[in-house]
Ligand binder design. Structure first.
Ligand code: SF4
Length: 180
C-alpha cells in the first residue's frame, strides 16, 4: 500500500510540517508539499512563512509546489471564516492532487492543537469522497510540541498567530510580531 501511495501534504507552515515530514519518512512514505494559504496576512508574513518552508524542503530534498494567492480571508465571524478558510485550502489541495496524479492528500493543519481538528477531518473526508482522492488521516497533535522543538532547533520561523487579519489582531503576542 505504502509503495502505491502518492501523497500531497497541504502545508500551512514549515514548523507544522517538520514532525509530519519526520513521521512520513520514518514510515517510508514519500510526499510532496503544497503551499496554498491565501489566508495569511500581511504579504510580508506570507513570504516569511513561504521562504522558511522553501528552505526546509530544500534541506529535506522534497518537492514543493506553490500556488500564490493572497487576501482571500477577510473574516467577519471567526467560526464561519475558519470554515471557509479550511474548505478553500483543502479543496484547492484535493483538486491539485487529482490533477497531478496524487492518490492521497492530507494537511499539516492536523498537527495543531489550536485548530478545529474534527472540522478539518470532516471537511477533508467529504472532499475525498467528492473528488475521489484518498484522505490520509493521522492525529499528529500529540507530537505538536516535539515538532515545534524540532523546528526551533533548525532555526525555522515559528509564527505567533494563525494567519488571517483577525488572528493577527487577537494574538496575545501581537506586540512581539515584526517582519524584519
Ligand atoms: S483563524 Fe486561522 S483557520 Fe481561522 S480563518 Fe484565520 S487563518 Fe483561517
Amino acid at each position: 500500500m505504502k509503495n502505491e501511495m502518492k501523497l500531497l501534504v497541504h502545508t500551512c507552515c514549515a514548523p507544522c510540517l517538520v514532525y509530519i515530514s519526520h513521521y512520513l519518512k520514518e514510515n517510508g512514505i514519500d510526499y510532496s508539499s503544497l503551499f496554498y494559504n491565501p489566508n495569511i496576512h500581511p504579504y510580508k508574513e506570507y513570504m516569511k512563512r513561504f521562504e522558511h518552508l522553501k528552505k526546509f524542503m530544500q534541506d529535506e530534498n522534497t518537492e514543493l509546489f506553490h500556488l500564490p494567492s493572497f487576501m482571500q480571508v477577510k473574516w467577519e465571524k471567526q467560526s464561519d471564516n475558519c470554515d471557509f478558510c479550511y474548505k478553500d485550502r483543502l479543496e484547492t489541495t484535493v483538486k491539485f492532487a487529482k490533477e497531478h496524479g496524487f492518490t492521497h492528500f492530507t494537511s499539516s493543519l492536523l498537527i495543531s492543537p489550536y485548530q478545529d481538528h474534527e472540522k478539518i477531518k470532516d471537511i477533508a473526508k467529504a472532499l475525498a469522497n467528492e473528488y475521489e482522492v484518498e484522505f490520509f488521516y493521522y492525529d499528529f497533535r500529540p507530537n505538536y510540541r516535539e515538532g515545534q522543538n524540532m523546528a526551533r532547533e533548525k532555526g525555522i520561523y515559528r509564527q505567533k498567530y494563525c494567519g488571517c487579519i483577525h488572528s493577527y489582531r487577537t494574538s496575545d503576542f501581537k506586540d512581539k510580531i515584526t517582519w524584519d
